[in-house]
Design a protein around this ligand. Sequence first.
Ligand SMILES: Nc1ncnc2c1ncn2[C@@H]1O[C@H](COP(=O)(O)OP(=O)(O)OP(=O)(O)O)[C@@H](O)[C@H]1O
Ligand SMILES: [Mg+2]
Length: 484
Amino acid sequence: MKVTNPPIASDLMATARSFGNYDLAAALSDIIDNSIQAAASQVEIDFQYFDNDVIVRIRDNGSGMDGETLKRAMRPASSNPGTARDPKDLGRFGWGMKSASLSQARILTVVAWQSSNFVAARWNIDDITDWSMDFFEGGEAVSLLDRPPKSDSGTEVIWTNSDRLKESADSVDADELSTVVAMARKKLSLVFHRFLSGEAGTKLSITINGTEVNPVDPFVTSHNATQTLDAETIQMTGGRNILIKPFILPHFSKLDVVQQAEVGGEEGMIRNQGFYIYRNKRLIIHGTWFRLIPHGELSQLTRVRVDLPNNLDEEWKITLDKSDAQLPSALKSRLLKVIKKFSKKSVSVHRRKGVSTHIDNVEKVWCREVKNGQVIYKVNREHPLTRSVIGQDGVEAVLAMLETYFPADDLVKDSAKGVTQGPSDPCQFEYLTKQFFFKYLNDSNEEERSLENFIAYIQRVEPFASQKAYASSYVKENLAIYLK
Ligand SMILES: Nc1ncnc2c1ncn2[C@@H]1O[C@H](COP(=O)(O)OP(=O)(O)OP(=O)(O)O)[C@@H](O)[C@H]1O
Ligand SMILES: [Mg+2]
């Protein structure tokens, strides 16, 4: 005997909130995947505060949906993961739009339009008895939008009662939210960089609250010191190919501060070395060696791009939230071979450049002295910023302590891996430039005080000297106002 035994709607949908391990960026990415799939060239994401709630609207100018398609799309498990997909399809499970949205909010509303036909549907996990879903047509559907659409067709995904983005049921922590949104912006820059740059086909524009998300290329391919090694193709059964392309990044000191922050980020270069796994050009995971080698064994400059088609999802065990995958064991030895082949090369790039970027006639932050064959590093007391505090109580003692207990042994031990000591965020560099500028305003006399003189001056002082172009454009764009 068989009996029908369906799940209780509210229980299943409440559980769906925990499918995958979505953070805000991963949730937005799953929604953007659908927009790309619908051939959208523009995705506008807006965070709005309303009545102690955070409302998130993700609007695209893709194909939109008609009523029947929307009803099917809203269905949990709207397709079978085993079904073959179009080779360019970014979807797999038939869950993304629902699970990603509900991971952040309790109410998911989707409005779609094609020409002047508007339809909308809504799941509210607190009001879902017997799978009853709100459905709207025409004017009712249009009224759910906060502004008229500009494109002929499109879709807007709306999250309301966004409890996961709120501090508590009745309050929103604006600072916390803006930090979370800024982090999501950074991740989207990386996850979709090949779409944002146009490399993956039609150029995609993503905005968050009106500001464009810029692509971040983790291989800095536009830099002429980036080395690209030969690409390899691993052929799997059924003509399914995996493309592998190793890159050796320019030494950290050759990057400007923005690039340093982008490729190093807060986690640093070492954490970001490794494989970058793309599924249909969309980044799934990065900065892993899949335990083939210990992290940090290879030069920090090594990054390997791995391009997967979407018909290897099962072998790679792509997760529902598209932010994890497992290396199929049959590929382990192949990938290890790839790593071994280029590892020597990357270490030598690092060692060669890692010694020092010596710039003559520049006031350094540190001085290197050789006495009786022994090398000693000392803080340069002639550096204008150091000079300005010398003579103050305790400064000399602090400098002497820093020099005496300089972690030379650790530095030597770490040198093969590469030590990334630099700003993890351009703001740190900009802050220093600004402080230096204020000091210049104070110290210089009126006749010689000018933007040009300041720029010429900082070209002879570290750390500005090794960031000439960036420093001078920052000064021109941001500090000129102080001289008026
Ligand atoms: N922005 C959109 N424009 C047009 N159709 C969409 C859009 N978003 C979703 N859809 C439709 O809804 C369906 C379900 O989307 P959903 O993200 O839930 O699953 P999926 O994309 O098929 O698979 P996955 O779970 O891997 O994301 C899509 O297959 C598509 O037909
Ligand atoms: Mg999807």
